[in-house]
Design a binder for this molecule. Structure first.
Ligand code: PLP
Length: 388
């Protein structure tokens, strides 16, 4: 098997099951019952994981709120910020945000009678920051992802943060595809809130975090029993938080050892081999700054989802777009908003490398994919000829 769908999810880092096991057996205490040792042990495990995550993202541990994943952290951001917005005020969002952001914004704009404006993206640029003074004056939040999950394009976070600062906006950053895969400092990013998801960098699914600067006008949408300093109610999942802490520790170690550069070597070799052996391949965002593990290509004349299924039978796992979209034929909003036609969107394939992949796998995958694309194209031509 060659698994090249690491933007969908990653292989859990080794040893997680053993680390989690005590919290699923003898150390089952509730961290809120820290008046006795069983509860204290659970509480300490959570705080240790918080420090480990804080070290990975260069944040203050106090700024971290554990959540069930990226989607919940994103929803909590907007649900907590928008009660402070007045009717008619505006949220800016880039045109390539993940559905977790788009749907959260859609929800709050309806609920609070506020507006949202999508910033214009293109094939050759990240997005255009707003220029109209009247609209900027009505804006309160700008939301932009650090790395796009489909194309791997890295947004110019510093520039967005500067724009937010100059215009007194809150900067919400979806960091799900960046955290653990490339060096990232929450402190230096200029973001006010950042969301992350453990399963994108070796933790299990169902655990993530909202990272938030202090002093924001934000109210918890889920106060509950006051856990996470009143920011996210609900008894914490100690085993998952422990696993997240370990995945963060391993990710930091690997990044320090040059993992990001190693993945770049794999990705670049893959693209070189594929383009040299296959006509009519376009690499999306090639001229833009991209995260080193991701390659999104357009293979003219093929249907991405068909190809992904055929490759799956050969145990080469890639994606036809983001994981949530692979079952639908609707063209990706990311590519549409970058200016690609529906026909081009349908031919998109995403290949994303992860820490278990080797150079040999990258080379083998380029060969298998090239053959499959060529076979698929010639099958289509034969089918067409048979109609005449
Ligand atoms: N944001 C981005 C950019 C993502 O890629 C994803 C998941 O694919 C999410 C948010 C949602 O994260 P989660 O799966 O943890 O809910």
């Amino acid at each position: 098997m060659i698994y090249l769908d690491n933007n969908a999810t990653t292989f859990p880092v080794p040893g997680l099951a053993e680390l989690m096991a005590p919290y699923l057996t003898s150390q089952f205490g509730n961290p809120s019952s820290a008046t006795y040792s069983l509860g204290k042990h659970a509480k300490n495990a959570i705080e240790k994981a918080r420090i480990s995550l804080a070290e990975l993202i260069d944040a203050d541990p106090e700024e971290i709120v554990f959540t069930s994943g990226g989607t919940e952290a994103i929803a909590m951001s907007f649900m907590g910020l928008c009660p402070f917005m007045k009717e008619g005020e505006v949220i800016f969002q880039s045109g390539v945000e993940h559905p977790a952001v788009r749907e959260s914004i859609r929800f709050v704009t309806n609920l609070f009678s506020i507006d949202s404006i999508e910033l214009e993206n293109s094939k050759t640029d990240y997005f255009r920051l707003p220029v109209e003074n009247e609209t900027i004056a009505r804006a309160r939040i700008i939301s932009a992802m650090s790395v796009n999950n489909e194309t791997g394009v890295i947004h110019p976070v510093k520039e967005i943060a500067q724009f937010a600062l100059e215009n007194n906006l809150i900067f919400h950053m979806d960091g799900v595809q960046a955290v653990g895969k490339m060096p990232l400092s929450f402190k230096n990013s200029g973001a006010d809130l950042m969301c992350l998801s453990g399963h994108k960098f070796g933790a299990p699914k169902g655990i993530g975090a909202l990272v938030m600067k202090g002093g924001l006008s934000w109210i918890s949408p889920s106060g509950g029993g006051g856990q996470e300093k009143g920011r996210r109610g609900g008894t914490e999942s100690v085993p998952l938080i422990v696993a997240l802490g370990e995945a963060a520790r391993v990710a930091k170690l690997k990044l320090n050892e040059g993992e990001s550069e190693r993945l770049g070597t794999l990705r670049d070799r893959f693209e070189e081999l594929l383009c040299n052996s296959t006509p009519k391949i376009e690499i999306i965002g090639k001229q833009l700054n991209r995260i080193s593990n991701t390659s999104m290509i357009l293979a003219s004349g093929i249907v991405g989802s068909e190809l992904v299924e055929a490759l799956g039978e050969k145990e080469l796992y890639i994606s036809a777009g983001s994981a949530c979209k692979t079952k639908s034929f609707a063209p990706s909003h990311v590519l549409s908003n970058m200016g690609y036609s529906p026909g081009e969107c349908v031919s998109a394939l995403r290949i994303s490398f992860g820490s278990l992949n080797t150079l040999e796998e990258a080379e083998k995958a380029a060969f298998i994919l090239s053959e499959e694309i060529k076979n698929n194209r010639s099958r289509k031509i034969t089918e067409l000829q048979s109609l005449y």
